[in-house]
Design a binder for this molecule. Structure first.
Ligand code: TGC
Ligand code: FAD
Length: 387
């Protein structure tokens, strides 16, 4: 029985279609059988389990909502359930899929030429080509409008100079979607791995997302053919719309991480006998587990309704901000509390809460920090941008 259904206090199961349940259970089995047995070691050794990529592709986990280019054609609720299950395994594995689908395949699909789509989307769906997304720069990620990376037209090519920082999948990517300032505003470029002047360097010694590759990207007079410019986007709205896709998945993922921590806390509380009875019989332990369940249930319902809004075309990016903020916040709080509930053993990599807790320190920062999402919602309420 996959872990995917628990907890399900409000019978959310009944709100899913048969297809949605099937997708979730398939990914749940993959996570139970293939991710969980190796993830603690990957985390400890700072290794991304790249060997899982072909299997993830086989399951249709890359670009799953597209109906063309060999993609699975699933709805957005199914996509969310995939992200929930992957992050129940590890945020690093979910991150890989988020970047591949939401941050790389999405902009090529939405803003690319026919040639760019034909060249990249089928191979990305098969996991044969890997993408990364370069928006953040060393001088500050929250305000990408002030980016310094520049592209200038010289002769028939673009010439790219600058640097990107904290880029997931950077050094293993076959293609980087790089956002740069041009004379006519921000534009997106497909920078191929072997482009002269393009180099990457991995960021080591992370205490978070250790089973994920994070890199710096450097561009030193890189010649980018005009054919590698994304033709159908200009301005910051393009990259920000990609963030909406990835943030949507994270809103589901935060709940998945919380579900894993809650389960481990419940099991421990039943088994651990102290002062003559299991921990689960103590009032304050029950209060803590009840509070975890309350938060998970509200997060599950929020994610599901967000998905229904996305599927009906009624989702606004502010809805996503509220859900990313709420569900990553509940994930990190539950992970920290579950870590404490497990006592000293809770600091071991053998227990999932400490790994999720550390991972979620990245997740609460990337794709818009918690403060940025609060300010996005604040702007929606007041009409005043207080960034
Ligand atoms: P602003 O004036 O708000 O917007 C400019 C234009 O963009 C439109 N827009 C969006 N469109 C779609 N989705 C969104 N989320 C959008 N947000 C804004 C907006 O309507 C406007 O369009 P138009 O036609 O009127 O021009 O721009 P601003 O400069 O004031 O932006 C403010 C702010 C703070 C919200 C934005 O800069 C922001 O979101 N900052 C956070 C940056 C961020 O999240 N970076 C993430 C980098 S990628 C990453 O972290 C990957 S981790 C992946 C992983 O491993 O999982
Ligand atoms: P800053 O923007 O410098 O923010 C610092 C602090 O100031 C934060 O607490 C923030 O909330 C606060 N702050 C910012 N603005 C305001 C304000 N107006 N008012 C009040 N407080 C404010 N980026 C990519 O482009 N691609 C990737 O693939 C990618 N992967 C990542 C993977 C990892 C593991 C991590 C950790 C980050 C990744 N990022 C990626 C970068 C991420 O998007 C940025 O870290 C994030 O946007 C925040 O930027 P920053 O780290 O520069 O913090």
């Amino acid at each position: 029985m996959p872990d995917s259904k628990t907890p399900d206090f409000y019978n959310i199961e009944a709100l899913l279609s048969e297809d949605e349940r099937q997708v979730r259970d398939t990914v749940a089995r993959f996570v139970d059988d293939r991710v969980l047995p190796i993830i603690a070691e990957c985390f400890e050794k700072e290794r991304f389990p790249e060997e899982l990529v072909p299997e993830m592709a086989e399951l249709g986990l890359f670009g799953p909502t597209f109906t063309d280019y060999g993609c699975a054609g699933l709805n957005n609720v199914s996509y969310g359930l995939i992200m929930q299950e992957l992050e129940r395994g590890d945020s690093g594995v979910r991150s890989f899929a988020s970047v591949q689908s939401g941050l790389c395949m999405y902009p090529i699909h939405a803003f690319g030429s026919d040639e760019q789509k034909q060249r990249w989307l089928p191979s990305m769906a098969k996991g044969e080509a890997i993408g990364c997304f370069g928006l953040t720069e060393p001088d500050g990620g929250s305000d990408p409008g002030t980016m310094k990376t520049r592209a200038e037209k010289r002769g028939g090519d673009w010439v790219l100079n600058g640097a990107k920082m904290w880029i997931t999948n950077g050094s293993i990517a076959d293609v980087a979607i790089v956002w740069a300032v041009t004379e006519t505003g921000v534009r997106g470029f497909l920078v191929e791995k072997d482009t002269p002047g393009y180099t990457t360097r991995d960021i080591a010694h992370k205490f978070s997302l250790r089973a994920s590759i994070t890199s710096e990207l450097f561009f030193d007079n890189c010649k980018i053919p005009v054919a590698n410019e994304l033709p159908k986007t200009s301005g910051l709205g393009g990259p920000l719309s990609c963030l909406t896709q990835a943030r949507y998945g994270i809103a589901w993922g935060g709940v998945g991480a919380a579900m894993a921590c809650y389960r481990e806390a419940c099991e421990f509380a039943e088994q651990r006998v102290l002062f003559g009875s299991p921990l689960s019989h103590k009032q304050t332990i029950q209060l803590r587990l009840a509070d975890m369940l309350r938060r998970i249930t509200t997060g599950q319902l929020l994610a599901l309704q967000l998905g229904r809004l996305k599927d009906s075309g009624d989702m606004h990016h502010t809805h996503v901000s509220l859900a990313k903020w709420n569900n990553v916040r509940l994930g990190i709080d539950i992970a920290r509390d579950a870590r404490d509930l497990l006592g000293a053993g809770g600091i071991s990599v053998e227990c999932c809460p400490v790994r999720h807790m550390l991972n979620l320190e990245s997740v609460i920062t990337y794709e818009g920090t918690e403060t940025i999402h609060q300010l996005i919602v604040g702007r929606e309420i007041t009409g005043f941008a207080a960034f």
